[in-house]
Design a protein around this ligand. Structure first.
Ligand code: ADP
Length: 973
């Protein structure tokens, strides 16, 4: 079945494929044949009118040149005189007597035929027969027996108007053959009667050049006045051939020459086969001959045809031939005779054969060129031209002179015409293809517009089908989509009378035309579904729909079939390749659209979900924010937070009131543009990284009221790698400050009050041992303890006095003195600080080169006491406390090193601030006030020095201070 109805399939196309060339190159074969015949007729006509003769002649000359020279027959000898006989008006040097001698000598030398090509002889028929020369010549001719004489058909100027008339009149033609012997003068120029009778042959020498004055043909028979006369050279050959088998024969209606026979009509004319140019035949110059011996002459002429003629027969007698521009008449005669005796006359096919061949060539050209494009056609034409030319030249080598102008012209014209026609046709086709492409582009653009329009999916599929159905002019169409299982197709949309009934139908992949297309992924045209066994007849039967033809294309996406489009029953014809391409392009668009629609749905689902999530997060965030701002507002401290660009992100009411900020919503504004309190500006402007990411300071809000806040600012990492933001917390410490002030006042007051009694007490303790010299050891020890404790107390009181001065912002007063016994100073500080426990060992290292220096002895002692007390206090396990004093360049350095608990690194910066204690919770109760190191720092700094600490947690600490090594009081310096 499938064989009877071939299933046509087409390859898939890109979206804008070129229009298919459904048209054959030429719609009908009539035109080429018509063109061939017309051209042939025109060229044959031109040929008939002789318009091609010039070209033909040129081609003949060309062929002679290409062929080259040939060997002449060895039996021809030319005996030539140099005398311009025409000028002399007689036969000189051929006087009849002279000719008689010549004939005699040639005869005795054994010449086979003596052809006297001496036109002057063809005169004098009526002359008296008793002329001596004529008598002698007649006798000589008779004696030889094979002398041929010329006769001339006289021109009758009144009877023709043009030279060509004369040519026709005197060239070969029908007529009754008249034996030369019976010649009558009149229109003929005939030799004297006696000579005519003595001659073995008598022939007309009329040879006429063609219109271009070139001698190509020679007549075999010359007609005049209804009579036929053999030509001079035919007579020569006949006499030469006499008594030879197959010799030339002459009858009324034909001439037989060897194998060839000529009708004695127009055809009794041969095309001369020239052997070459001038002097190609053995030549005996007449004056030379006369001097030759008989023997010498015999060598040259024995058994040969001797053509006697003029070598220089006057300028006009020279003849032009295809091989030489000027050839003497005798040479032309020799060529003609040579052609005849060799049988090598150029064979020219009969005119009807020429025309037939030309016609066939015209048709062949038409057949070969017509189905090709312009370039192919041109090539074929050229090949044919070369072929014809090669054949013409090739045949010439075998003495066949096939006319070439006519066939060449026909081939060239037919070829050129058809090539031009093909080119024009191609142009028209291109224009039509453009129009088709335009129409298709519009259709595709329409579908693309539809696809990108906001139509819903269902509506759009219907529209797409409508486009296809309308454009292809079909009765119905359907769009089937692949089910998820990849094995079934479902009717998604169906148009046409019964379209609605197809909705619930399914089709298995591989079954039905649509199923086959889905399986093979190739478009398909079935012109008669009834002959295709794959056709799903049951569906058509079920909905009772008359189906005839189907065009079905797959919808492809990433090389997968997503569905098929079926177009049913093309109106008024068969589905074409163009229909396939259009449907393919639109099916592709439909596939893209469906995929886009699917992706869009998926995307919008995801967006909906993300939106819901976002709303949830926003709600949570808002609640969080509300909580934070409630928290912030409820705080007693002020808070200002900024982002990495120093824009406010958080701010609570307390901060607003604290710094009297504007009442508008300040979130989002640059903090430095909002605050104007100088300390606050400085706080937010300062880079925090050098301070370990945080910084603390006190800001006096109002000098008069003494309102002070403690500000703590620190960096906060921003999410997403942004520059860190800052959070500043402000605590109002005005009341603490007040308390401090009161505390210092109390301390100052108490210290002042204690200073004098303690001084007195110490004085008493110093005096008592001297007043009681006989006191026992125990009493002396108690005195010593009392003395030391009172001294220690005095130092403590002094510490607090100093502290109150420092806190009150007053400078410490130093009592400068020269210290020339640093070892003593250290020893006394050590003694005063020593609590006397056995677990501690004390060592002192005082450099010898320390020398005297200026300082406040009591204050330096006080610093050392403080440091040694700390060293023992914070070494609960005991260990060695080392005191060192040494000099560096310009400084005196003191060190107190212990092996105690050490200090955490984080606590080190706080150590030298007032009331800072860092160990309390870790080490239970170690008594202390937290002001010792604070006072030490101030005392050292009052000396113009520095104090620092090095400590390792758990291993011990080294406190070190240095003061400038002065050699006098600062005032003196
Ligand atoms: P205190 O009266 O508490 O000793 P200080 O001003 O003398 O006050 O010292 C401040 C804090 O420094 C102490 O509370 C203690 O925590 C720490 N400290 C001082 N000296 C040492 C030390 N040698 N070893 C360990 N911690 C010390």
């Amino acid at each position: 079945m499938a064989d009877e109805e071939p299933i046509r399939s087409a390859t898939r196309l890109p979206i804008l494929a070129a229009v298919a060339d459904e048209e054959p190159i030429r719609s009908a074969t009539r035109l080429p044949i018509l063109a061939a015949v017309s051209v042939f007729v025109i060229v044959a006509l031109l040929q008939g009118l002789g318009r091609l003769q010039g070209t033909e002649n040129a081609l003949l000359t060309l062929r002679f040149e290409l062929r080259g020279e040939r060997e002449p027959s060895p039996s021809i000898v030319v005996l030539a005189s140099k005398t311009p006989e025409g000028e002399q008006g007689g036969a000189a040097p051929w006087t009849t007597s002279g000719l008689a001698r010549l004939v005699g000598r040639l005869g005795s030398a054994g010449a086979s035929v003596i052809a006297l090509d001496v036109p002057a002889l063809a005169r004098g028929y009526e002359a008296p027969a008793d002329d001596e020369g004529t008598v002698k010549l007649a006798a000589a001719m008779k004696a030889h027996g094979r002398v041929v004489l010329p006769l001339l058909i006289k021109a009758e100027p009144t009877s023709y108007r043009t030279p060509s008339d004369a040519v026709i009149r005197f060239s070969c033609g029908r007529g009754k053959l008249l034996r030369p012997k019976n010649l009558r003068p009149g229109h003929l120029a005939v030799p004297p009667k006696a000579l005519c009778e003595a001659a073995a042959g008598l022939g007309a020498t009329n040879v006429y050049p063609d219109a271009d004055a070139v001698v190509r043909e020679a007549p075999l028979m010359v007609s005049s006045g209804g009579r036929l006369y053999p030509s001079f050279w035919l007579e020569v050959v006949r006499v030469h051939d006499r008594n030879r088998p197959g010799s030339a024969r002459l009858t009324d209606d034909r001439v037989a020459l060897g194998q060839r026979t000529f009708e004695t009509d127009d055809e009794a004319e041969v095309t001369i086969n020239y052997v070459g140019g001038y002097e190609h035949f053995p030549r005996v110059p007449y004056p030379t001959m006369r001097r030759w011996t008989d023997e010498h002459l015999r060598e040259h002429v024995q058994g040969k045809i001797v053509l006697v003629g003029s070598d220089l027969a006057g300028f006009t007698s020279y003849l032009r031939t295809p091989t030489a521009p000027m050839l003497p008449g005798v040479e032309v005669a020799a060529n003609i005779v040579n052609s005849l005796i060799q049988g090598s006359m150029l064979a020219v096919p009969p005119a009807w054969l020429q025309h037939l061949v030309t016609l066939l060539l015209a048709l062949l050209t038409a057949c070969l060129v017509a189905p090709r494009g312009p370039v192919g056609g041109l090539l074929v034409t050229l090949v044919l031209l070369v072929g014809v030319a090669a054949l013409g030249v090739g045949l010439f080598v075998f003495d066949m002179c096939v006319p070439m102008a006519e066939p060449l012209l026909v081939v060239a014209l037919v070829g050129a015409f058809l090539v031009a026609d093909t080119a024009a046709l191609a142009d028209r086709r291109r224009a039509r293809a453009d129009v088709q492409l335009q129409s298709r582009l519009q259709t595709i653009a329409g579908v693309v517009r539809l696809v990108s329009s906001s139509l819903d999916r269902e509506k759009l599929l219907v529209e797409i089908l409508r486009w296809i159905q309308g454009e292809i002019e079909a009765e119905a169409s359907s769009l089937l989509l692949m089910e998820e299982d990849g094995r079934h197709l479902r009717f998604e949309v169906a148009l046409g009378d019964k379209g609605a009934m197809l909705e619930d139908f399914h089709l298995e992949v591989g079954k039905g035309i649509a199923g086959a297309v889905a399986l093979e992924k190739e478009p398909m045209i079935v012109d008669d579904v009834h002959r295709d066994e794959r056709w799903a007849r049951d569906i058509a039967d079920a909905i009772d729909y008359q189906t005839q033809s189907i065009l079905c294309v797959p919808m492809m996406l990433h090389d997968e079939v997503t569905g098929v489009i079926e177009v049913i029953n093309k109106r008024g014809g068969r589905f074409t390749e163009r229909d396939v391409q259009l449907a393919t392009v639109i099916a592709q668009q439909a596939a893209f659209f469906l995929e886009n629609a699917r992706l869009y749905r998926e995307l919008s689902d995801r967006v909906d979900f993300a939106n819901e999530e976002l709303r949830d997060t926003n709600r949570r965030l808002a609640a969080e924010m509300a909580r934070i701002s409630a928290l912030l507002d409820g705080m007693g401290d002020g808070v200002i937070a900024t982002d990495g660009r120093d824009h406010i992100v958080l701010l609570n009411d307390v901060a607003e009131q604290m710094f009297e900020l504007p009442e508008r919503d300040l979130v989002g504004e640059p903090v430095l543009a909002v605050v104007d309190q100088p300390d606050l500006v400085e706080l937010f402007a300062m880079p925090l990284s050098p301070h370990g990411g945080s910084y603390e300071t006190e800001i006096v809000l109002d000098e008069e009221s003494g309102r002070v806040v403690r500000a703590h600012i620190s960096l906060v990492d921003e999410p997403g790698g942004e520059a860190p933001g800052k959070v500043a917390v402000f605590a109002d410490i005005t009341h603490l400050k007040e308390l401090d002030r009161m505390k210092m006042d109390l301390i100052s007051f108490v210290s002042h009050e204690l200073k004098n009694p303690i001084g007195t007490l110490q004085g008493v303790c110093d005096l008592l041992p001297r007043r009681l010299p006989g006191a026992d050891e125990e009493t002396a020890r108690l005195f010593d303890i009392a003395r030391r404790q009172s001294a220690r107390m005095r130092y403590l009181v002094q510490d607090f006095l100093d502290l109150s001065r420092i806190e009150a912002g007053q400078s410490l007063e130093l009592e400068w003195s020269e210290i020339d016994d640093p070892a003593q100073l250290i020893q006394s500080a050590l003694e005063m600080a020593k609590p006397g426990g056995p677990e501690h060992t004390f060592e002192t290292e005082v450099a010898d080169d320390l020398g005297p220096f200026w300082a406040d002895r009591n204050k330096i002692e006080s610093v050392l006491i403080n440091l040694v007390e700390n060293a023992t206090k914070y070494s609960p396990e005991g260990g060695t406390v080392t005191l060192r004093a040494f000099a560096t360049e310009g400084d005196v350095v003191f060190e107190v090193q212990d092996q105690g608990i050490g200090i955490r690194e984080a606590d080190l910066p706080k150590l030298f601030r007032s009331f800072q204690r860092v160990h309390d919770s870790t080490f239970g109760r170690v008594s202390g006030t937290g002001v010792g190191l604070y006072i030490c720092r101030n005392l050292v700094e009052a000396h113009g020095g520095n104090i620092e600490v090095e400590s390792t947690w758990g291993e011990g600490s080294t406190f070190r201070f240095n003061i400038p090594r002065r050699t006098s009081t600062p005032e003196e310096t």
